[in-house]
Write a protein that binds this ligand. Structure first.
Ligand code: SF4
Ligand code: SF4
Length: 191
């Protein structure tokens, strides 16, 4: 019958039009979501500073290049016992530790040693328990913290050195014992 109107099937042209509208709405929504984040940050208090005119006051949670921790009694002496565990654990081979050689025995000690050996006693040589050399190549370090976690005597920690800049790579190759001595002379603990 002519009076009955049949629904027209959607043609390709109509479908494409619907797709375009849907895409435009989706993009507009993304823009609204993005602007919501921007607006929130715009209104929140500023947490960055205009370096170098200003510097950050509290760097207690900053992880800078690692450094040695001194013993409570002597700020020139590290807690390190030269066990080399940090050297083995470091995935980037940034650390090198050379244990301090045992001090040469005095003539009296040598004599006592000889006498003990003559009696068939075992003479124990004192094992060095501190580093003679401790170097650290910061250019290789990923600041993963494995060395800090591995150290059995908590002799390593992250420093607060945030403002490091140089055009010479050598400036980031540290002698950690020398650095500890400098910090002790300056009267600080470095952190
Ligand atoms: S922080 Fe990681 S990469 Fe850096 S010296 Fe320690 S173990 Fe090696
Ligand atoms: S820093 Fe710690 S882990 Fe590394 S050699 Fe010294 S005592 Fe051992």
């Amino acid at each position: 019958m002519d009076a009955i109107k049949r629904e027209r099937p959607l043609k390709d042209k109509d479908l494409n039009g619907l797709k375009t509208i849907r895409n435009k709405v989706s993009r507009l929504w993304s823009l609204v979501v993005g602007l919501k984040v921007t607006g929130k940050c715009f209104l929140s208090p500023q947490i960055t500073v205009h370096y170098p005119r200003r510097t950050v006051e509290n760097l207690s949670t900053f992880h800078g290049p690692i450094e040695l921790v001194p013993t409570p009694k002597d700020p020139m002496k590290p807690k390190c016992i030269a066990c080399l565990q940090c050297v083995s654990a470091c995935p980037s081979s940034c650390l090198a530790v050379v244990p301090k050689p045992a001090p040469k025995p005095t003539p009296e000690e040598l004599q006592a040693q000889k006498e003990a050996e003559a009696r068939g006693e075992k003479v124990k040589k004192a094992a060095p328990k501190e580093p003679g050399k401790f170097t650290y190549d910061f250019t290789l370090c990923s600041l993963c913290g494995t060395c800090v976690e591995t150290c059995p005597v908590d002799s390593l920690r992250f420093s607060n050195d945030a403002y490091l800049a140089s055009t010479d790579k050598k400036d980031f190759f540290y002698d950690l014992l020398g650095r500890l001595a400098d910090q002790a002379r300056a009267g600080g603990t470095g952190s």
